[in-house]
Ligand binder design. Structure first.
Ligand SMILES: [Zn+2]
Length: 113
């Protein structure tokens, strides 16, 4: 039998008597329209721009060489990250009220009070 625990309050979740909720968060780099990364559609650009790109590329290579291999993953900001959490009923409710974990104690002005 699988045992789950809430990733927020660390409380074991007894799936026999309560609901287990799964939160999946995917973070990836948005690709804006009209912008290209590969250069395939930028061939009409002037030569100066191409030289500049070469310089940037060479600079990036120097930076990569200066970093230990085991740290490269941590700096790969373009990689898609997927987070998956198990939540108990109570933490699910809390999460839905404040999904991005903004400041607690600061009330959102939804009411017209
Ligand atoms: Zn919980």
């Amino acid at each position: 039998m699988l045992h789950y625990s809430c990733d927020l309050c660390k409380r074991p979740i007894d799936v026999g008597s309560e609901m287990r909720h799964v939160v999946k968060i995917e973070v990836f780099q948005a690709v804006e329209e009209g912008r290209c990364e590969e250069g395939d559609c930028c061939e009409e650009g002037d030569i100066d721009e191409i030289d500049h790109l070469d310089e940037v590329h060479a600079m990036l290579e120097r930076i990569e060489e200066s970093q230990p291999d085991d740290e490269c993953d941590a700096f790969d900001d373009n990689a898609t990250r997927v987070f998956r959490f198990d939540l108990c009923e109570g933490c699910r409710t809390m999460f839905l009220k404040n999904p991005l974990g903004g400041r607690h104690g600061k009330k959102l002005d939804f009411s017209n009070n």
